[in-house]
Design a protein around this ligand. Structure first.
Ligand code: ARG
Ligand code: ZN
Length: 875
């Protein structure tokens, strides 16, 4: 038995590995229900190790050890010990060859970690610690080795045999079998190892890098789906050009492969030269994928490609440094998306996600710094904090340094650390050394959990023509203040930005200024301010903080209409809508009518009237804050009242502007062949936002229009927009559309996921009953992560039904966590995270949630993944 209460791993306990492994030679033999792995490792003692007499300890899990030998001599049972997690050899020479033979059944591997079977063959996932499920190894990222891999398998069933690097030999074997040998010229950590033995279709193209190097690009997909691979290939080429142009980074390989697989625990994985992707982030055709799916594919293909430099060429010393590669690579994919689509819209969407996922995480039991200082199960720390807040930290460095110095910092980082496994400090040091900017206060962001609050109050002195901004920060846990870049502008009464001159400046310059907030409280005095301004604070969301700007509704309406910073124009509308909805919540609870101020409704009217200038941006402005984000702003969250107040506001806007929404719906159609570009997608997004408002009225006219749209739609974006509206409506059109949809798409797994999701997230009463019956649907499969997520994680993300006052939502999800944990702990543990914010609810709900959490905790054989999440939630 594995330890039921595994100990936490601590950052401060880091020590260099006792041994290094210079080369790895794997021979992989695939048979019916069995893989046999023979490894030959060149091992030597690490000269940098603390103690030169340590035993050799190799990681290994779920492996059957057949034999082990040192320098060709088989070890006798007394010379080594094996337990659930390790192979230990007490007496090891200074340098030697270790050979081991292990066996396991990839078809029995439902954890989808290590080497496992999916429909079309066998695939790997090694990050963070999957390689130890393939062979015994020192499975940590600061052990970097050169890999050679030979795969043997049946030719018919596994025509493609792939591994990292270059194919150096191949041949036939007895019994309809074949083999292929691969060599990866780059030393790499084990988490970047990958291999595939499968039957797949291949799309390939040549590419010439900026410096003239030729490369072969390949995208492998399920047989018959080659018509859904083109956009991923297109995205890959775009991303490669972008990285050359923006960061001067080129592909370093002769061949770059992407393999799509239908069973995958996360989005995708950046294995050296052999990226493995969830089909969700590869497959797309206009009639099967939405604009948002295309956007996601573009972003994730770019993200994994960008890892080749930020992650692979320079990797992490240990898993506490995960944000070194993830925060930086997310920042890079965000910048790529901003350049390829609309910068303002991309920023708005990134911030909305940060607030919906990262802020609650940072306020709950799983809160951790972007560089955590402890973990039980590293898979639980692939979080919004490490990824998205980590990207915000990089963005703050970028904001403080400026574009050119940031690029110099990146260049220096690669110059110093190419081929190494390093820490977040190494990164910030390179940035500081290249730019001369003091990053000591910024570095503190790496070790502090929680979302800082920034308070700003402005005072205008008419006689002195001066505007004084007093800004404070707090994180409520002591420690030195953070360095917070606060981008501000001053918007005049005429709606025009006032040129900024801080007291002491020689002259006014620019209309946006990044203030360096380094103290707990600071004052900034702007002079030559000729009229009372409205301060536009935290422009572009220049830091991941909660801002209390002290602005009145009138100030916000002014910004909503005039701010030159599009992010803050959007933000002002969000803050106003939040105020209205939260006041509505109080009114509803007191049995009073909910008030919707005319000034706000009129400002919404102005958005609609000027929507054609930037339809995508207008659609963002029309989207009301998510229920999850609203819940975070209440002392005690009331999901039913939030839902009702938000619904009423939407309906009131819809009724007021019905004709305009109908007009926008008719006007913003897109003609010609489908394209997911920013312009076309933006028009569809405004059009579908308008449909959403009309369906907030949910009368027979709106339903008929939506159903007609459902039948007329030629692309999945419009189809899903209509279907999602109907799924939230009790009309007869609902079941008709859902039935037609399933009939048409039942053989397209990613589309069937959409069908499940639309039902699992419906607002209608009885959604839980529907979800329970979906579990019995022949197409439901708990073992497929995408399918499980489409139903269970989707349901657990709903505000109203998961948090139902009778506790049924909690009980149901708890049962599913336990069932899923027996199959796939990583996916189960993600589902358990739905309980994170349970203490934000009323006593009745808390009692139900506690009961549900305790029932999970007491389940037999619980994984350490779920154990850690539930333990922290209850602890
Ligand atoms: N490195 C991958 C990416 O972000 C994700 C790997 C996630 N691994 C995990 N165990 N959750 O591109
Ligand atoms: Zn990544």
């Amino acid at each position: 038995m594995r330890d039921p209460n595994p100990k936490a791993v601590l950052l401060r306990d880091y020590t260099p590995p006792a041994f290094l492994i210079d080369s790895v030679d794997l021979d992989v033999d695939v048979r019916e229900k069995q893989a046999t792995i023979r490894s030959r490792l060149a091992v030597r003692r690490n000269p940098a190790a603390k103690d030169a007499a340590q035993p050799l300890v190799l990681d290994g899990r779920h492996l059957e050890l057949v034999s082990v030998a040192i320098d060709g001599r088989a070890l006798a049972p007394g010379e080594y010990t094996v337990d659930e997690d390790h192979l230990r050899i007490a007496e090891a020479p200074a340098a030697f060859t270790l050979e081991a033979v292990v066996r396991f059944d990839p078809w029995a591997n439902t954890r989808l970690e290590g080497f496992y079977a999916s429909k079309d063959g066998l695939f790997t996932q090694c990050e963070a610690q999957g390689f130890r499920c393939i062979t015994y190894f020192i499975d940590r990222p600061d052990v970097m080795s050169r890999y050679t891999v030979t795969l043997h398998a049946g030719r018919e069933r596994f025509p493609h045999l792939l591994a990292n690097g270059n194919q150096v030999a191949k041949g036939e074997e007895d019994g309809e079998r074949h083999w292929a040998k691969w060599e990866d010229p780059f030393p790499k950590p084990s988490y970047l190892f990958a291999m595939v033995a499968a039957k797949l279709d291949l799309l390939e193209e040549g590419f010439v890098t900026r410096s003239g190097r030729k490369a072969l690009l390949q995208v492998y997909v399920e047989p018959g789906k080659i018509d859904q691979a083109g956009f991923a290939m297109h995205a890959l080429k775009k991303a490669m050009r972008w990285d050359e142009a923006v960061f001067g980074l080129e592909l370093d390989l002769e061949r770059f492969m992407i393999v799509a697989v239908g069973d995958f625990n996360m989005g995708a994985m950046e294995n050296k030269g052999l990226n493995i992707f969830n089909t969700k982030y590869i497959l797309a055709r206009p009639d099967t994928a939405t604009d948002y799916d295309y956007y996601g594919i573009d972003k994730v293909v770019a993200h994994e490609y960008f890892h080749n430099w930020t992650g692979n060429r320079v990797t992490c010393r240990d898993w506490f440094q995960l944000t070194l590669k993830e925060g930086l690579t997310v920042f890079r994919d965000q910048e790529y998306s901003a350049d390829e689509y609309s910068r303002a819209v991309a920023r708005i969407q990134d911030v909305r996600d940060l607030r919906a996922y990262q802020f609650p995480e940072d306020a709950g039991p799983m809160a951790h710094p972007v560089r955590p200082d402890s973990y039980v199960e590293i898979n639980n720390f692939y979080t919004a904090t490490v990824y998205e807040k980590g990207a915000e930290v990089i963005r703050m460095i970028y904001t403080l340094l400026g574009r050119e110095p940031f690029r110099k910092g990146m260049d220096l980082y690669f110059e110093r650390h190419d081929g190494q496994a390093v820490t977040c400090d190494d990164f910030t040091q390179a940035m500081q050394d290249a730019s001369g900017v003091d990053l000591s206060g910024l570095r503190r962001w790496y070790s502090r959990a929680g979302t800082p609050r920034v308070t700003a109050r402005g005072v205008y002195d008419e006689a002195a023509q001066a505007f004084t901004l007093t800004v404070g920060q707090s994180l409520g846990q002591g420690g030195e203040p953070l360095h917070i870049p606060l981008a501000v502008g001053l918007v005049g009464p005429d709606g025009v930005d006032i040129p900024l001159r801080l007291e002491g400046d020689a002259a006014a310059s620019g209309t946006t200024r990044v203030l360096d907030l380094r103290e707990a409280e600071q004052q900034f005095r702007f002079v030559e301010v000729t009229a009372r301004p409205v301060p536009s604070l935290l422009r572009g969301f220049s830091a991941p903080v909660v801002l209390d700007g002290g602005l009145t509704d009138a100030d916000l309406t002014h910004l909503m209409t005039h701010d030159s910073d599009p992010f803050n124009r959007w933000e002002a509308g969000q803050v106003l809508a939040t105020r209205i909805i939260l006041a509505g919540v109080e009114a509803l609870k007191a049995g009073k009518p909910m008030e919707v101020p005319t000034a706000y409704v009129e400002a919404v009217g102005r958005i609609l009237a000027s929507a054609s200038r930037d339809p995508a941006f207008a659609a963002e402005c029309l989207a009301l804050p998510d229920e999850a984000i609203l819940a975070e702003q209440m002392e005690v969250a009331d999901p039913d009242a939030i839902h009702e107040a938000r619904r009423r506001l939407k309906r009131e806007i819809a009724e007021r502007y019905r004709t305009r929404f109908e007009g926008a719906f008719r006007h913003f159609t897109v003609t010609g062949p489908y394209s997911p570009d920013a312009n076309a997608a933006g028009r569809r997004s405004l059009r579908n936002a308008s449909l959403g408002y009309l369906m907030a009225i949910d009368d027979s006219t709106a339903r008929a229009l939506t159903f007609l749209e459902y039948r007329r739609a030629e692309n999945m974006t419009d189809t899903m927009a209509a279907l999602e509206c109907l799924a939230n409506s009790a009309g007869a059109e609902r079941e008709r559309a859902l039935g037609m949809f399933y009939e048409k798409w039942k053989d397209e797994a990613l589309v069937v996921d959409k069908w499940f999701r639309a039902q699992a997230t419906s607002d209608l009463p009885k959604t839980l009953d529907r979800v329970k019956s979906l579990l019995a649907h022949p197409a439901f499969d708990l073992r497929n992560p995408n399918r499980a997520r489409a139903v269970l994680h989707a349901f657990a993300g709903t505000a109203v039904h998961f948090h139902a006052a009778d506790g049924e939502g909690y009980r149901f999800v708890a049962e599913q966590v336990v069932a899923l944990d027996r199959i796939n702990p990583q996916i189960a543990s993600r589902l358990a995270r739905a309980f994170d914010r349970w203490k934000k609810y009323d006593a009745g709900r808390q009692a139900h949630a506690r009961g549900a959490l305790e029932s999970i905790r007491s389940a037999e054989g619980l994984s350490s993944d779920v154990g850690e999440v539930v333990g922290r939630a209850l602890g």
